[in-house]
Design a protein around this ligand. Structure first.
Ligand code: ATP
Ligand code: MG
Length: 601
């Protein structure tokens, strides 16, 4: 492609809308253009990158025996009602764009495809003989993200590879899951990314496993905790660890103390000269279940620990049956306005005890009249502890479970693991922290969807059994941008060769020099012919501008037919290192071939 004929527009300045380097660079270098919030046009250079990433993904998927297909993006609401996800996806999480057609039928724009694929399997797979089977697609997904940001990292329209596998049993599922873990590692390695596979939250489905593939980068929205020995890595949402030891309590007798202005653990511990490990803090949450019932949740946890909302959500989902509900729609820390809806009187916030009275709640048809009291494992064994007194400005010290306060019946593990904690597999290892961008997620679903949607097959014994399922997603557009986030310098993007839009760019320093033009044209034809994807910068611009642009768009090799032509050579500059080579014109093709092959394999 000739730059003189391309839509080629680069920006000198960083666009104001962009916060992270990869987003700025993709905009500046003319790869993407923002059309609306979380909505981007993939311009010709970006589209080439996306096609290369897709091709790597496709090759790795095909190698496992998975089959490519293309499923509809318009999805009938009824399918989502069968799985029970319509309300959660359109209202609670609100992630699905929903609409009504002219016949008043409701539809959603696909954020994911479990429902569609399960209904196909239900129709088409009758017998165990047809299993296992794995279908995947590469397609635009739609999600009404609450905070679209960072360009392609979190869009409202983005490209995903999603695959779904069907099995007769867990063992067969595990095999495909392992194959996927390998395929995902291959995809990321081939795309030139540094990544880590980590244990991930599988929601309330529980039991079965799930792993995320994290590209390591400061701008990552996820926190990854891992140990140096390589034995453990998990998303903080899921990570487990050993809490620090509890210090013995300095309080031997139970009494109420005036503790003015101590609504935080920090202030309280300074005031009482005690350790936060001797405090039971009581944190209030508000859960709304899918039947509209609001439940006030009081979590008692050791003072130096924090509640992990993902773990709490999973526990509350398990308890949904107690409230005649199936799942939790919202989990929040109730602010003043939320409290006004159900608080019978003003709560002693910052001073609540584990037994704060239920009469603070004005119960109603929508609001459960009793607190759901949970205690985290870290707080169960504390003795002579400090906690609230249910009166503002006062705490109690020297308290004990089942003496001054009944121990809540439901013990849960909802603490957040953090950097510096001892690892469970080996207490000598401490958890380290890194930021990651989730580019892939593989998931053992089990029978969640097949059971909900009545998708069954006939087993060898003649029984109707629900499919055992797995699902596997890669964010193709997010992956492409992550590559930039991991690889750039002050001059611009440094694409990994395997996913660069072009391998080489010939920058003609002076377009009124006939010899430069002749060599450039010859190389341009020859390189493209032999499969080295090459751009020709034949614009009427100064050489400096051309070199700057070539660096900005990040093409791995820049070829300059300049001064060295006298010696029958051209200059070839490696983008990543700025290393310059003088190469005989006749050897450019074979040299680049060699370099590209070495870089890709
Ligand atoms: P996240 O936690 O980042 O919101 P998710 O867990 O909801 O993502 P999945 O449903 O597992 O995402 O989707 C599979 C993959 O699709 C993710 O691993 C990610 O790479 C990509 N992805 C998800 N949401 C977006 C988005 N809004 N923009 C771009 N890529 C996305
Ligand atoms: Mg995910």
């Amino acid at each position: 492609m000739r730059l003189s004929q391309m839509l080629f527009v680069t920006l000198r300045e960083d666009p104001a809308e962009a916060e992270i380097p990869s987003h700025k660079l993709l905009l500046r270098a003319g790869y993407i253009r923002r059309i609306g919030s979380g909505i981007y046009a993939y311009l010709p250079l970006m589209w080439r990158v996306l096609k290369k990433v897709s091709q790597i993904v496709r090759e790795e998927m095909d190698a496992t025996g998975a089959q490519e297909c293309l499923l509809p993006q318009l999805q009938p609401a009824d399918l989502w009602r069968e799985s029970g996800r319509w309300d959660t996806y359109t209202q609670a999480e609100g992630i699905m764009f929903a609409m009504t057609d002219r016949q008043q039928r409701e539809l959603g724009l696909g954020p994911t495809h479990e429902e569609v694929i399960t209904t196909i399997a239900k129709d088409m797979i009758r017998s165990y003989r047809q299993l296992p089977v794995h279908l995947y697609q590469i397609q635009t997904k739609f999600r009404d993200e609450i905070r679209p940001r960072f360009g392609l990292m979190r869009g409202r329209e983005f490209i995903m590879k999603d695959g779904y596998s069907f099995h007769t049993n867990e063992e067969s599922l595990k095999k495909t899951y392992q194959d996927m873990a390998q395929a995902y590692s291959n995809m990321l390695r081939r795309s030139g990314l540094q990544f880590r596979a980590v244990d991930a939250d599988s929601g309330a489905i529980g039991g079965s496993g799930s792993q995320e593939f994290m590209v390591l980068a400061e701008a990552g929205e996820d926190e990854v905790l891992y140990t140096e020995d390589g034995q453990y890595a998990a998303n903080v949402e899921k990570a487990v660890s050993m809490p620090a030891d509890t210090e013995p309590s300095p309080f031997a007798t139970f009494e109420k103390r005036e503790t003015p202005g101590t609504e935080t653990i920090d202030k309280l511990c300074k005031f009482l000269k005690c350790s936060p490990t001797q405090v039971v803090k009581n944190v209030l949450y508000q859960a709304v279940y899918d039947n509209g019932i609001t439940v006030l949740v009081l979590v008692s946890i050791r003072g130096d620990q924090d509640v992990n909302q993902v773990k709490l959500l999973n526990e509350l989902t398990k308890l949904a049956g107690n409230y005649q509900a199936k799942t939790v729609l919202f989990l929040t820390v109730p602010d003043a306005e939320a409290q006004r809806k159900w608080a019978a009187k003003s709560l002693p916030l910052g001073y609540m005890a584990p037994d704060v009275a239920d009469d603070y709640i004005a119960g109603s048809k929508e609001v459960n009249s009793k607190f759901l009291r949970l205690v985290d494992r870290t707080a169960v064994d504390l003795t002579n502890f400090v906690t609230g007194s249910n009166q503002s400005g006062y705490h109690v010290v020297g308290a004990n479970w089942d003496k001054e306060f009944p121990l809540p019946a439901t013990v849960v593990g909802v603490r957040t693991a953090k950097k510096g904690d001892r690892a469970v597999h080996n207490p000598e290892q401490t958890l380290q922290s890194a930021r990651g961008i989730e580019v892939g997620h593989i998931f053992q679903l089990g029978t969640k969807y097949s059971q909900a949607m009545g998708a069954t097959y006939t087993s060898e014994q003649g029984e109707e059994m629900p499919f055992v399922m797995g699902c596997y997603g890669v964010g193709v557009s997010r992956l492409a941008q992550s590559a930039v986030e991991q690889s750039y310098d002050k001059d611009g993007i440094i694409w990994p060769v395997a996913i660069a839009p072009y391998h080489a760019i010939i920058s003609i320093p002076n377009i009124s020099d006939a010899q430069q033009i002749e060599v450039a044209e010859k190389l341009y034809a020859e390189l493209n012919q032999s499969g080295i994807e090459t751009l020709l910068d034949d614009r009427d611009e100064r050489a400096g501008v051309k070199f700057k642009d070539a660096d900005l768009i990040g093409i791995p090799y820049r070829i300059v037919p300049g001064r060295s032509l006298k010696a029958g050579k051209v200059e070839v500059v490696e983008r990543a290192t700025h290393k310059s080579h003088e190469i005989l014109i006749d050897e450019v093709n074979s040299t680049l071939k060699h370099w590209i092959e070495a870089a890709i394999n």
